[in-house]
Design a protein. Sequence first.
Length: 179
Amino acid sequence: MERGCIHVYTGDGKGKTTAALGLVMRALGAGLRAGVVQFIKSMEYSEIRMLRRLCVPVRQFGRGCFIKGAPSPEDRQAAERGLDFVRSVFTCAGDKQVEEFAGLDVLVLDEINIALKLDLLDIGRVLGALRSKPAGLEVICTGRGAPPELIEAADLVTEMRNVKHYYDSGIRAREGIER
């Protein structure tokens, strides 16, 4: 890609990760290479199984638990490992597992906005990493609560707004729809 842009998908509405993965599907259809790095998450969601079937590299840097209250030191360490991994992907350096991310055209940083909101990551370090991304790499940052500094640095910002949600009427997360 000639010039890769930075996208931010944020807001309190459903669909941020779904939109990012839709872009991954579009990229794959165009013959581009895509990868996903997830912050906070560690479960084998349905979309992760499908991405792996499509040979899309996925790395997760979460502890498998919902963070309520103050994050633990382990939560911060997991997020930092994720950011270090992303830096390695950007510079094409690091462990063997970074190799499968080499030469990507699209990279989703799923839930990085939440990691920033929860102070698991420092916004200055994240912006520094984004400034070091390869020129042709499209990067999509998802999650609620994107900080103003990230919004300012982005080329495209979409805010999903919750108008009505079936969770409010007691419908729980369903396999293949929310997970």
